[in-house]
Design a protein around this ligand. Structure first.
Ligand SMILES: Cc1ncc(COP(=O)(O)O)c(C=O)c1O
Length: 441
């Protein structure tokens, strides 16, 4: 397995892409793999533009396995006949929006979803030019004209947004709009009481040629608890919202409500499209479908030192060595997204063994208890790190195949969800992608 760094596609070409949704532009993919760089039949577009880099040994690295992303998209597609929108907001949940997007499209996703217009324009600038992209969270003064110019679909949650988006469209180029209904979160989306008025106003804007309503969307509040009564109510609210849009004379071809958890657990939620974010990287918030963990976080051991019984560790001396032991230092802290709550609860894999995080996690570092002696473990695949010595690779989380903790375990230890752990990693963590070509294709 080699670590790769994405390069911009050299040029773009049109390929026979995934099935088209009525009226949407064809999916345009960059050229296929170059000779010798990827085996034929690989589903990853643009693979020929990836090159190997030496593993950055001195920095912490978050590695995203693109083969796992592809496999997860195929797993999701096996649960639905609806189109899959690959949600790559927050830089692809921390692992790289562009790389994750290409992998998801290669496996059959046909849409991309992000929150801000800036994120959408980043995808366009990276060569993702033909695929429909939806941006759903923008203030009223956002640069809607730039979005329309780049062919980015826009979610509209209010009449103010509708006016702003309508005025950003140019003659002959209406803004493509997804009306966003709040289905029970009192968060983004229009209040159900204001929805019929929003639909009527959208019809007027559409008749003026300023917008085209191509979608209606909602979001489920409790999908990680399958069978929740709140989601049953949300489903009914959404279906009523679609009827009200139709009553206003709108004919949105895309109706989308479900994210990862609902898609995997409740076919009624799927409608014509599912928005999959966490599932791309192997997180099923409902915990019902085994997906392949795509992300691994590693860092080198900086120091190893022997300490006497009673030695206090870290701020507040919250842990004292119960015996003579060795302590390992890892240069990752809460500024890098390692929650302080991990102190005394979490573990990492060092030299093939789980070692507990001890003492308070600091801003830049945490300490692990390596035990009283260094058991000689076999060297790992890249020839180092088998021993618990400075420079050895510490696996903070990964797929769990070799006994390393998973991101779900980290979430449990820290009293949060896996999404927060992966998206909270800071800029000092180097991002890398691997593609071992496996993943079920
Ligand atoms: C509106 C909306 N749709 C889809 C998603 C993707 O959800 P998930 O990551 O659970 O697939 C999110 C994530 O927060 C969201 O806010």
């Amino acid at each position: 397995m080699s670590i790769s760094s994405p390069l911009r596609p050299a040029d773009s070409g049109v390929r026979s892409g995934p099935p088209r949704q009525g009226g949407d532009p064809p999916v345009r993919l960059p050229p296929g793999p170059g000779p010798g760089r990827e085996r034929s039949g690989s589903a990853l577009p643009g693979q020929g533009t990836w090159r190997s880099l030496p593993c950055p040994r001195s920095a912490p690295v978050l590695t995203t396995d693109l083969a796992a992303v592809r496999e997860n998209v195929r797993t999701v597609l096996s649960h639905t006949d609806a189109a899959v929108m690959a949600v790559v907001k927050a830089d692809g949940y921390g692992g790289g929006a562009v790389e994750t997007a290409w992998a998801a499209l290669a496996a059959g996703a046909t849409w991309l979803g992000v929150t801000s217009i800036e994120e959408a324009l980043t995808l366009r600038a990276a060569g993702l030019t033909g695929v429909p992209v939806l941006s759903w969270l923008n203030p009223v003064h956002a640069d809607f004209a730039a979005a329309v110019g780049a062919g980015v679909d826009l979610a509209v949650p209010s009449r103010q947004h509708l006016r702003a988006v309508g005025s950003a469209a140019s003659p002959g180029e209406p803004a493509r709009v997804h009306l966003f209904l709040d289905t029970g979160m009192a968060r983004d989306g229009a209040d159900p009481d204001e929805w019929p008025g929003l639909c009527r106003a959208a019809r007027v804007e559409q008749d003026l040629g300023r917008i085209r309503v191509v979608g209606v969307m909602g979001h489920l509040p409790c999908a990680d608890t399958p069978g929740s009564v709140r989601d049953t109510a949300a489903l009914a609210l959404f279906e009523r919202g679609v009827r009200q849009a139709t009553d206003a004379g709108l004919r949105p071809e895309h109706r989308h409500l479900a994210a990862t958890a609902a898609t995997l657990t409740d076919r009624r939620s799927q409608h014509t499209m599912c928005r999959i974010g966490a599932g791309l990287v192997g997180i099923d918030p409902s915990g019902t479908v085994p997906l392949r963990q795509a992300m691994s976080l590693t860092a080198p051991l900086v120091l190893v030192r022997e300490v006497a019984p009673g030695t206090p560790v870290g701020y507040g001396s919250t842990w004292q060595a119960p015996r003579a032991t060795r302590l390992g230092l890892v240069a990752l802290g809460y500024a890098d997204g390692i929650p302080r709550q991990a102190s005394g609860r979490a573990a990492v894999l060092v030299g093939g063994r789980r070692r507990p995080v001890v003492g308070a996690v600091s801003m830049d570092q945490f300490v692990v208890d390596l035990g009283s002696h260094d058991p000689v473990a076999p060297a790992d695949a890249d020839g180092a790190g088998g021993r618990e010595t400075p420079g050895a690779t510490v696996v903070v989380f990964g797929p769990g195949d070799d006994g390393e903790p998973t991101v779900q375990e980290w979430a449990r230890w820290c009293g949060t969800i896996a999404h927060e752990i992966i998206t909270g990693l800071g800029p000092r963590v180097v991002r890398a992608v691997v593609d071992d070509g496996q993943g079920g294709e």
